[in-house]
Write a new protein. Sequence first.
Length: 317
Amino acid sequence: MKFAPLLCFLLLIPLLSPAQFAQQELPEPCNGSPDLCSRRYYQVTFPETHNAHATLDEDFLVYAANHRSNLSNQYDAGYRAFMIDAHHRLPEATAPEDTAFCHGSSATPFHPCAYGSIDAVELLSTLHAKMNETPRDVVTILLEVAVPFENIEYIFVESGLIERVHVQRMDQAWPTLEQMIDSGRNLVVFVEARADSAYPWLHDFTAQGWTTDFAESSSADQTCDVYRGDGDQPVWHLNNWLSNEQGLSTWTGAAEINDYDFLLARALQCWEFQGLRPTFIAVDWWTEGDAVAVTQTLNAMDHWSDEPPRRATTDSR
């Protein structure tokens, strides 16, 4: 019987128990890939939205908006870092529960929240829910703060995000993504303010990182130089948005500089120039171009000189 040898061979293969089968399963991913789990926080590139809260669909006025679509949709598209501005809802409303995310300048006659606002607890609660849906992802917030730290603590407590905050001491190495995820402390919070030992989870971003310049008038003006912060730190933001003659964010410029090929080339150029991969690529008008796919390509590379893999496809619109 010609099938007898094959039958005997199959009978010799031991059956796997459920426990043994579980051991054969693929490792769980970190921020979308198992390969990123062993990397330290700064060895991964995260897609980031600038003024993530200031969106047209959240009723921000067009000249105060930086995006068409809200933070929830940004998260669903793959963004995992968010720049947000915290203000008092009104000049006379300074209690912690009156903290709002707005976008405007205190140097103008109008309050920053006059151009649009969103309740801070509400937005952070949305982010908390998103993080619960993706517990294997590390997330970052960079806060521009015009309120006391006690207000910031309040909105993180009320939203539940306080349970996830990571504390990074200056004298310690950044953990791997796997370590952060396993600890349940997979949210890093930076502030544009001096650190306060009473709030060790609010990290001074200029002491523990740095950024390139931002809001240039054209792509020709963009550089890879250190603009703000400590250039010796490995955590850094590649800022990638343009402004018009009035100093406002321009979506027409975003179509050019958020383009996959342009942004990948710029990121690789800055990686080579600085000798470190960008930790964040921050954009305005995120529905233009594909910054998420750019970060996926960078994260598949070990060195700026590697041949970029075939473009990752995302649904970031």
